[in-house]
Design a binder for this molecule. Structure first.
Ligand code: HEC
Length: 324
């Protein structure tokens, strides 16, 4: 009986170690249930983490004389393996929907597969030998693989936590983070106005880490390449550019960009993007300020704020000269 159980556990261990090989990002959802099930990943992933913490306490306790009943610990091991399996499976489906950084996703998937696999192998060990030291060793291996698995997962969703570490360089106030510095004269409308708007309001989902709709907007070349629907910028023709179409959809339309709960573009920002596309969507055009058309004037305000939302009608007015 124990041998049968152990073989089943080992089989499961092998399946999860190998599952990342089958993975393909950006697959079409095979059933309408897939995105629904996948959406539980952020909830479920915390279960195995908590269980491992409990197991660490129980197993370490048994070393210092606070023994817990073996069958209790085995039961928690089983729950851990089951919750790891649920977490891995929902994460796998979520990753298939695409839009995540490939490399980070692959690291996350492999480490999570190994984590789940060690959980099942430990159950097999528990069946065959009640060897406390071996259990402790697999617990340490599991804890390490858990940390290795969690880190890229967290980076995919929240960005790198170490970017805010005290020993890292911080952007100084003079970097105008979130602000558009005053354009020079002559100035490059793309570099000094268009790209900063995209950086502030699009790149969090269309950049290196997330590429929603397989679209990146963090460089001119990437923006021109387009995404799932092909090119989204038609030089000289903003009316037929998908990007503009999505910006102008009503806010409550599900295809509206940026999505409803994100910082929105002001009318002035939409207008300047349209102007740039209509004038050829060039990355290198230089324009003397005296020749800049009205749509560009709002952006000559020193340190134009990109991440605030002034009333749209105020923005298209000619700006007040600074200090006056
Ligand atoms: C909070 C995340 C988020 C932000 C911010 C965001 N987008 Fe998107 N965008 C998405 C998602 C998700 C999709 C994919 C929708 C789909 O595939 O059904 C998408 C798709 C698109 C597409 C279609 C790409 C294609 O070919 O499939 C365009 C164009 C686009 N976004 C432009 C923008 C622009 C321009 C901005 C900034 C003004 C922006 N988005 C900001 C999430 C975002």
């Amino acid at each position: 009986m124990t041998r049968i159980a152990a073989s089943i556990y080992l089989l499961l261990a092998a399946i999860f170690a190998a599952a990342p090989l089958l993975f393909e990002a950006g697959e079409q959802a095979s059933s309408p249930w897939t995105p629904f099930i996948a959406s539980f990943h952020p909830l479920i992933l915390h279960l195995p983490i908590g269980m491992i913490a409990a197991l660490l306490a129980l197993e370490l306790g048994s070393f210092i004389g606070r023994k817990t009943d073996l069958s209790t610990r085995n039961f928690i091991w089983l729950l851990t393996a089951l919750s790891a399996t649920a977490s891995f499976s929902t994460g796998y489906l979520l990753g298939e929907e695409g839009g995540y950084d490939r490399e980070l996703l692959s690291d996350h998937l492999w480490a999570a597969g190994i984590f789940t696999s060690i959980c099942w192998s430990t159950l097999a060990i528990n069946e065959l030998k009640k060897h406390t030291l071996l259990r402790l060793l697999s617990l340490i291996a599991i804890s390490i693989s858990l940390v290795v698995a969690s880190h890229p997962g967290g980076v995919i969703v929240h960005g790198d936590p170490f970017a805010a570490a005290p020993w890292k360089d911080k952007p100084s106030p003079s970097d105008n983070y979130g602000l558009l510095a005053e354009p020079g004269d002559p100035f490059n409308p793309y570099l000094e106005i268009i790209q900063p708007i995209m950086d502030a309001k699009c790149v969090s989902c269309h950049g290196e880490e997330k590429k929603k709709g397989k679209l990146r907007l963090d460089s001119f070349e990437a923006a021109m390449r387009g995404g799932d629907f092909g090119e989204c910028i038609e030089p000289g023709d903003s009316f037929n550019s998908l990007l503009v179409e999505l910006l102008e959809y009503p806010l409550d339309d599900e295809d509206h960009m940026p999505p409803e709960d994100e910082p929105q573009l002001t009318q002035a920002e939409i207008d300047v993007i349209k102007w740039w596309i209509d004038s050829g969507a060039r990355p290198d055009q230089m324009l003397p300020r005296a020749e800049a058309p009205d749509v560009l004037h709002p952006f000559f305000v020193p340190n134009y704020r990109l991440l605030e939302k002034p009333p749209a009608d105020e923005m298209v007015e000619m700006p007040q000269p600074s200090g006056a």
